[in-house]
Design a protein around this ligand. Structure first.
Ligand SMILES: Cc1cc2nc3c(=O)[nH]c(=O)nc-3n(C[C@H](O)[C@H](O)[C@H](O)COP(=O)(O)O)c2cc1C
Length: 340
């Protein structure tokens, strides 16, 4: 958001006139009750100010994460490249969409080959679903996951745990054992950082408590409140709509999950091994993001999928503009707002 240094007299006149015209249209509506607004305590942030966030060996310039979105279709490659360009430019972290398609075959490798675009500074994570991980480990093929991460020059692996979506999908993969067991097996065999996420339903308090006991690099909420893959499966299938429409309401919001997390952190004490969180799923903008990361008792970044996708679908310029407004908004929030 560029500031105008010296406004001309005519421009000032027109601005004042528009204030008069717009005043009646600008009566306040509902207040955001989540924050105290504190105008007395701080100056404006500097234009290039950073708000760094450390994740593993990498440091992001801002606690903003571009959540996993899929590859392997004709449009996915260009979109992934745009997202990576923005992440690299502004110092955001990024999760790849499911890399299943390039586990054994490199036809679509270039859609996922984002490290050269992203640069080495920021975190990039590969992504595989729990059902594939279960199968790969059963077949003693864990080295395929290491090879995947290495060929992508990624910093580690995101495991998406999506049993409700798989159950709804007619072509879904069913899992045989608790994802916790699979992830513990993975932790024993795989020596790179692991992040566990849902895909838009979130985790209940017991799942959250168990995840926090594992030596994961981070838990990514992927809460219910934004993109909902159960709903997406329902839209794809009329039969499901008839019988399972209430399933879309299952899960937990990011707000609820911050409470689960804080309660677990307190209860677990030093039994907890996971120290970082990505708060995502229905995070609309920097105000939601700032609110959640401030309330969260672990080091947290906030993640968004659909909001980034919306602008990536328009153009690189639209995506960069969105990123810049998010950054400036977040810096403003840090200076002027206190979470209640
Ligand atoms: C088009 C699209 C594709 C996605 N593909 C994946 C995927 O392959 N793997 C995954 O873990 N999550 C995937 N997600 C889920 C997101 O990472 C995220 O958890 C979810 O969309 C909630 O975030 P949002 O409300 O900001 O969209 C996808 C989301 C979208 C919108």
């Amino acid at each position: 958001m560029e500031k105008i240094e010296h406004e001309s007299l005519e421009a000032a006149d027109s601005r004042k006139q528009s204030h008069l015209d717009l005043a009646f249209k600008s009566q306040s509506a509902e207040l955001d009750k989540r924050f105290y607004y504190e105008p007395m305590l701080s100056g404006h942030p500097a234009v290039e100010e950073e708000m760094s966030f450390k994740l593993g060996d990498k440091v992001m310039k801002y606690p903003i994460w571009i959540s996993s979105m899929t590859g392997g279709t004709s449009k996915a490659g260009p979109i992934n490249k745009m997202l990576a360009k923005t992440a690299g430019k502004y110092g955001f972290g990024m999760g790849l969409g499911s890399c299943r398609i390039i586990l054994e075959d490199n036809t679509y490798f270039e859609d996922f080959n984002l490290r050269p675009i992203l640069g080495d500074e920021v975190p990039l994570f590969a992504n595989v679903g729990i059902a594939q991980i279960e199968r790969i480990l059963q077949e003693n093929q864990g080295n395929k996951l290491t090879q995947l991460v290495e060929k992508l020059s990624a910093d580690g692996l995101i495991v998406h745990v999506n049993p409700l979506q798989e159950w709804l999908q007619p072509e879904g993969d069913l899992i045989q054992q608790s994802p916790l067991v699979t992830i513990e097996q993975l932790l024993n065999e795989f020596d790179k950082p692991i992040i566990v996420k849902e895909v838009g339903q979130g985790f209940g308090p017991h799942s959250m408590g168990e995840l926090l006991k594992l030596p994961l690099l981070a838990i990514d909420f992927a809460a219910n409140g934004g993109t909902n893959f159960s709903k997406l499966e329902l839209i794809r299938n009329k039969k499901l709509q008839d019988f399972y429409s209430d399933v879309v309401a299952l899960g937990h919001t990011a707000e609820e999950m911050v409470t689960f997390l804080n309660e677990s952190v307190e209860k677990l004490g030093n039994v907890r091994k996971c120290n970082n969180v990505i708060i995502s799923g229905g995070v609309k903008n920097f105000l939601d993001g700032y609110y959640y990361i401030t309330k969260c008792e672990l080091d947290a970044a906030y993640g968004q999928a659909a909001p980034f996708l919306k602008y990536a679908n328009e153009s690189q310029e639209a995506l960069d503009e969105f990123a810049e407004f998010q950054i400036q908004g977040l810096l403003m929030a840090q200076r002027l707002l206190r979470v209640k």
